[in-house]
Design a protein around this ligand. Structure first.
Ligand code: ADP
Ligand code: MG
Length: 620
């Protein structure tokens, strides 16, 4: 019997592969515009007929191609953008697979005209279902002009599978928006069936957003800007009042590439959690810039998911940046303490009222005990669409006063919580602080009643955020606050654990541990952070090692804040621990001395306030 396996002809193989990359007209537009961007174009025109089914023409003023390159460009795996596997880790271009043109020409009739600036002649090529029909010299001028006609003309099943023109056009427009936003410095023209749908001039990101989505965006965008060694994030989020029930414009890009990232999306949602009703979502336009080697864009040509090496860290940076932006630009309390030093407390309002998570910084202020002054619940204080900017003004004027009162009490108060034997320093808790009694529920939540309603604090989260902030402040001030132990603990590790500990040791010591290497994967713990004296230090170190072993990150990138958070989590008072009145008071005072007491570093709410109104509603 003869052998049965044979190689498919290139044209058939290309057609099959094309199904992967080119699914609809929008995919062609994406691939060709990305090529134009990679070619350094400053102006790109897109001309469509019948939602791209009959014609997709992309004209750019980029670098153009030589006649030989123009021919080669249509071969599978032909690319000018990478030459070896390691280039994948330093990608600065949108393309790199060398698949798009080969795929497109396998399923369409293609004409390419192109010329480089320095060449006297350009070239024109016609390819029909992967078959080169003509290539000739052609005077074109600098740039490239692709015409893709009759997409899927030779794959009737695929052509039939295309949706009606409206749907296909809206897919193209969605793709176009992504490309146009991130490439806002490029001029774009989009023409469909002879009518101009977009003509976008080069401009700032903000200008591009408003030319795409309307000038109403001019007033709703607030800038986000944060730069760290791991990631730079910039762009815009919208004011809470501009959140929408549907049709949100939500865009995230990494190194110029559109991405979907449900996990990062969640960080943004959480930051808005108490500011907008449950059924609404904000608009956002955020660019992430990271080391190309720290992301993997290689998942699938048509997929927009992107893997980050430092996902948790980027999450935290994003979460903090969005919260800070909202805090800075945001909004007022729904509860008015009628006092100058009252902080804005996020109120648990179900789905209705909008309230701010911003807290004033007043070291001696305790929201529970402000009752000696006259308080009132102001029903009208909820920010609404109309008064938002007013609230913002008042926040800004408040802010300078608050900053003057910046506390220096980081170094202070926590130890008694942890060390049961240590008395609370009389200086740290002043008498008015304990006017109102705190209650513990289920050894888990601390509850305070006042004429405002009920505040419910998660004790574990509160302590986590206190410890974390304490470690971070130590770090910023280059202080290492540690306490020697009488009998050093000895830690025997596996080789793998030992390697992890070695890579993290500097940062572990910066938090306040002091460790000595005894050889043979064994360490002694000679000192511990003063904030966490009474805990099982071996267990804390092991859990740091554990969390790094499981997160799969590159250990060398493990940074201080990550370790500080792991230790804070581990060392924080756990749910289930019964607390004395003094301990509860200390915890609450420390919590509200923080600038950002509302959320844990990983974005979970630390406390909620149930207003008297809410309680009344429950009884109605
Ligand atoms: P990739 O973009 O992954 O390299 P493509 O198949 O999209 O693969 O393109 C193949 C090559 O053709 C590119 O690497 C580039 O050298 C060249 N090319 C494609 N489009 C253009 C363009 N508009 N201007 C200049 N060169 C282009
Ligand atoms: Mg490409």
């Amino acid at each position: 019997m003869s052998d049965v396996i044979r190689l498919l002809p290139d044209s058939v193989a290309n057609q099959i592969a094309a199904g992967e990359v080119i699914q609809r007209p929008a995919s062609v537009v994406k691939e060709l515009v990305e090529n134009s961007v990679d070619a350094g174009a400053t102006s790109i025109q897109i001309v469509l007929k019948e939602a791209g089914k009959n014609l997709i023409q992309i004209i750019d003023n980029g670098c153009g191609m030589s006649a030989a390159d123009a021919r080669l460009a249509f071969e599978r795996h032909s690319t000018s953008k990478i030459s070896q596997a390691s280039d994948l880790f330093s990608l600065h271009t949108m393309g790199f697979r060398g698949e798009a043109l080969a795929s497109i020409c396998a399923v369409a009739q293609v004409e390419l005209r192109t010329q480089r600036a320095d060449d006297e002649m350009g070239t024109v090529i016609n390819i029909n279902g992967s078959k080169v029909e003509r290539q000739e010299p052609f005077m074109y001028g600098k740039g490239t002009n692709f015409m893709i006609k009759n997409l899927f003309f030779n794959v009737p099943a695929r052509r039939k599978f295309l949706k009606n023109n409206q749907v296909e056009l809206s897919n193209i427009l969605r793709e176009f928006e992504r490309l146009a936003i991130v490439n806002h410095e490029i001029e774009f023209l989009l023409v469909h069936n002879d009518s101009t749908l977009h003509h976008l001039l080069p401009g700032t990101l903000k200008q591009r957003i408003s030319s795409l989505f309307g000038h109403s965006f001019d007033t709703q965008l607030i800038p986000v800007e944060v730069s760290t060694s791991i990631a730079t994030i910039n762009g815009f989020i919208c004011k809470p009042e501009n959140a929408r029930k549907r049709n949100q414009q939500q865009f995230m890009f990494v190194n110029g590439r559109f991405m979907r990232h449900p996990y990062f999306h969640k960080a943004i949602m959480l930051a808005y959690e108490q500011l907008i009703p449950n059924d609404q979502q904000p608009n956002y336009f955020l660019n992430f810039t990271v080391e190309p080697s720290s992301i993997d864009v290689n998942i699938h040509p048509t997929k927009t998911e992107i893997k980050f090496e430092n996902e948790q860290m980027v999450w935290q940076i994003l979460s903090a940046a969005v919260k800070e932006t909202l805090g800075k630009f945001s909004v007022a309390p729904s509860i008015d303490f009628d006092t100058e030093d009252a902080p804005d407390i996020p109120v648990f309002t179900g789905s209705s009222n909008l309230v701010a998570p911003k807290i004033a910084v007043n070291p001696s202020y305790n929201p529970f005990t402000a009752s000696s002054k006259s308080h009132s619940v102001k029903q009208s204080a909820n920010p609404s669409a109309q008064n938002w900017s007013q609230l913002y003004d008042s926040f800004l004027s408040d802010k300078s006063e608050r900053e003057v009162q910046q506390p220096d009490n980081f170094e202070s108060k926590l130890s008694s919580l942890i060390d049961d034997n240590q008395p609370i320093s009389p200086k740290l808790v002043n008498e008015t602080d304990i006017v109102r009694k705190l209650m513990q529920v289920n050894n888990r939540y601390i509850i305070q009643s006042s004429n405002l309603g009920l505040m419910l604090i998660d004790q574990n989260r509160a302590h986590t955020v206190i410890l974390y902030n304490r470690f971070m402040s130590q770090h910023q001030n280059s202080i290492i606050s540690s306490q020697s132990v009488l009998f050093p603990e000895v830690l025997h590790l596996s080789a793998a654990q030992n390697a992890i500990l070695e890579s993290a040791i500097d940062n572990i010591q910066a938090v306040g541990f002091e460790m000595g290497f005894l050889g043979n994967n064994t360490w002694s713990i000679n000192a511990v952070p003063s904030a966490i004296r009474n805990i099982d230090s071996k267990d804390v170190i092991l859990s740091v090692i554990d969390s790094f072993a499981h997160c799969g990150d590159n250990l060398s990138t493990k940074i201080y804040s990550d370790i500080a958070l792991t230790i804070a989590r581990k060392a924080a008072i756990q749910s289930g621990k019964s607390l004395s009145d003094d301990e509860m008071n200390q915890l609450v005072n420390d919590l509200f001395s923080l600038e950002e007491p509302n959320y844990t570093p990983d974005g979970k709410p630390v406390y909620k306030v149930m207003s008297v109104d809410d309680i009344a509603k429950m009884f109605s």
